[in-house]
Design a protein around this ligand. Structure first.
Ligand code: FDA
Length: 392
């Protein structure tokens, strides 16, 4: 049947996922309307990675993503890989480097990534920026999107409006409202990759604001070995942001302040340096303010040689499993991503289309697929956008 609508597809949201999807669909000969209420595309790309955009991770694989269905992301991630994105970056002559742990950043600016994604869009992609979406409906096989800049119709609709994290960049819950309207379920959205807040009785640690230290942070069976940062309100830094995606209210976070020391470290030190105090030996390996705070909290004043082995073993155990009970997070205002979102059980792994309404696709952060810190979330945006474009 000929398509009476002027567009083959409407993509709502010109973030990483929407830009990728529109560009690839356009290259496949589709006429696409890419609609966003922000005046400029890619707001989160521009501020990501401290302005250098950690655009992918060479280790990206489904086991580095959190989802009610841990296998869901596998198909898209294996068909559009980090190497595929790097090949595009190279084709556009954008210089990049690996910072750490497979995290790839632009040498120059995140603007280069937005420019590249725009340059990848052929003329068949119409950019409709700075237009608020008033309503979205579906009837007789056609989606109708009414904006304050006119009405757009197409047989396919891609929801790429992300999650509600960082509203000041234009983030909204539109994806969830539309998903519900079209019969998809939502996995409860929560702030993720977000600093954790501590109650007032952890005040000693709040006085350490600005102190950063390499640790292992644990929540249940999950652990991340990276830096933690004490803040005025609680804990942040990469190890804490990572573990925040696994933390639920009422759970403890355990911090290992001695990740690189062998077992029985303190009792061995007692033999080697009997006159040293715990504070002194901690100061040799941790920031001084933290060493002082930990030694005070452990009530350790005596020389190691004067301290019973059993007490030293107890102190060492606490230093390896220092537990904090956060009372919350800094919320969507500070969360790099939203965990949860449109439930994957209603979506095809292959092209992210709704099982009961195949013309509807949901991609990127709007979906219940959330990556670790370090380029994983953009790789999901690229891969899910690319996969959906194959179905347009
Ligand atoms: P995204 O949120 O990017 O795009 C959604 C688009 O929809 C936006 O353009 C928005 O304006 C539009 N929209 C929303 N509601 C709308 C409405 N009602 N009407 C019309 N348009 C609407 N990830 C990573 O891998 N590496 C990194 O370095 C970083 N760094 C980083 C830093 C910071 C500060 C943040 C907040 C996040 C990151 N991230 C990251 C995460 C990454 O930015 C995020 O996962 C992707 O941008 C998600 O891409 P999407 O396209 O799905 O949503």
């Amino acid at each position: 049947m000929p398509n009476p609508a002027p567009y083959d597809a409407i993509v709502l949201g010109a973030g990483g996922a929407g830009l990728m999807c529109a560009g690839v669909a356009g290259q496949r000969g589709r006429r696409v309307a890419l609609i966003d209420h922000n005046d400029d595309p890619g707001a989160k790309i521009l501020i990501s990675g401290g302005g250098r955009c950690n655009f992918t991770n060479s280790e990206a694989a489904a086991d580095r993503y959190v989802s009610a269905n841990p296998h869901f992301a596998r198909s898209a991630l294996s068909r559009y890989t980090a190497a595929d994105f790097v090949a595009m970056v190279d084709r556009h002559g954008i210089a990049w480097h690996e910072k750490t742990l497979g995290q790839l950043f632009c040498d120059g600016s995140a603007r280069q990534i937005v420019r590249m994604l725009l340059d990848e869009c052929p003329d068949s992609v119409t950019h409709v920026m700075g237009r608020a979406v008033r309503s979205v409906d579906h009837a007789d096989g056609v989606f109708r999107v009414e904006t304050d800049g006119g009405v757009f119709t197409a047989p396919k609709l891609v929801i790429a409006t992300g999650g509600p994290s960082i509203p000041k960049l234009g983030a909204t819950g539109l994806a969830y409202d539309l998903a519900r309207k079209f019969g998809l379920k939502i996995v409860e959205p929560r702030p993720a990759l977000v600093p954790l807040t501590l109650p007032g009785d952890e005040a000693l640690f709040q006085n350490l604001s600005g102190v950063a230290v390499p640790v292992v942070a644990r929540c249940g069976p999950t652990a991340f070995a990276e830096a933690a940062l004490f803040t005025h309100r609680g804990l942040s830094g990469p190890a804490i942001l990572q573990i925040s995606s696994y933390w639920r209210h009422g759970q403890d976070i355990a911090i290992d302040f001695l990740p690189d020391t062998p077992a029985q470290w303190l009792t061995d030190l007692k033999r080697a340096q009997p006159n040293a105090t715990l504070r002194r030996v901690l100061s040799a390996m941790l920031p001084d303010r933290l060493a002082v705070a930990l030694a005070e909290r452990l009530g350790a004043g005596e020389a190691l040689g004067q301290t019973r082995d059993a007490l030293l073993a107890e102190q060492e155990t606490r230093l390896r499993r220092w537990t904090f009970r956060p009372n919350g997070t800094e919320g969507f205002a500070k969360a790099e991503v939203t965990i949860g979102g449109v439930a994957t059980d209603g979506l095809s792994q292959r092209d992210l289309s709704a099982r009961h309404l195949p013309g509807l696709h949901v991609i990127g952060e709007a979906v219940d697929v959330t990556g670790w810190l370090g380029g994983y979330n953009f790789q999901w945006a690229w891969a899910s956008g690319w996969a959906a474009a194959q179905g347009l």
